[in-house]
Design a binder for this molecule. Structure first.
Ligand SMILES: [Zn+2]
Length: 210
């Protein structure tokens, strides 16, 4: 499977572009910004976007979703518990001193247990609240990969001091949903370098004693 990670926008949100070599179907996760760059990657691989997934409704992850939806016609998936945040993108932009972005229309919910399929590859939605109430992660068993949004980072975890954040809940999510995955699972966080579940179990200060 084609997988390109493109850091987008001023906060360098990791946008993941997955593409199936046979069907040329693609899934784009967290198109926060730089839609021109994302479209360029899609064109380079001759991919057609089948779905756009938002790991959570912070503007650096969702900011370009409407533009990408308009350019590709693909539906946008997001967990409904982040609807309140999604409806206040203008407020989020002013917090960060960013230009306002187009309001994003959500087409379908992303719920625990849902599977999105690209070619023959399954993307499983895991509910991982704590950074925000609607934070999800995407687990791709056949690829041994996890797109973790802002729940788990290399050497860190997502901040929980923003509206909707909950410090105990994020640790419970990581403990219950992410740490049971195979140690060699590659974790693609919402920002920064990739890691593995095994490495974070051993070295991530926030996860010691779990
Ligand atoms: Zn975030």
């Amino acid at each position: 499977m084609i997988h390109e990670i493109l850091p987008v926008g001023v906060l360098a949100c990791n946008c993941s572009i997955f593409g199936d070599e046979q069907s040329r179907e693609a899934l784009v996760v967290d198109p926060g910004d730089n839609i021109a760059g994302i479209l360029e990657v899609l064109a380079r691989h001759a991919l057609k976007v089948k779905g756009i997934v938002i790991t959570h409704a912070h503007i650096d992850h969702i900011g370009g979703a409407q533009k990408l939806k308009q350019a590709t016609g693909a539906p946008v998936y997001m967990n409904q518990k982040d609807t309140e945040l999604q409806k206040m993108l203008d407020v989020q932009a002013s917090w960060l001193g960013m230009e306002p972005v187009e309001p994003v229309e959500i087409d379908a919910p992303a719920r625990e247990g849902d599977h999105l399929v690209i070619g023959t590859t399954e993307f499983h939605v895991l509910d991982t609240p704590g950074h925000t109430q609607g934070s999800i992660s995407l687990w791709i068993p056949s690829e041994g990969k996890l797109v973790a949004g802002d729940t788990l980072f290399r050497d860190s975890i997502g901040r929980t001091d923003l509206p909707g954040g909950d410090a105990r809940q994020i640790l419970r999510s990581i403990h219950d949903k992410l740490l049971p995955l195979a140690e060699e699972t590659v974790v693609i966080p919402g920002h920064g370098a990739s890691t593995t579940i095994g490495r974070e179990k051993r070295f991530n200060y926030f996860l010691q004693g779990m």
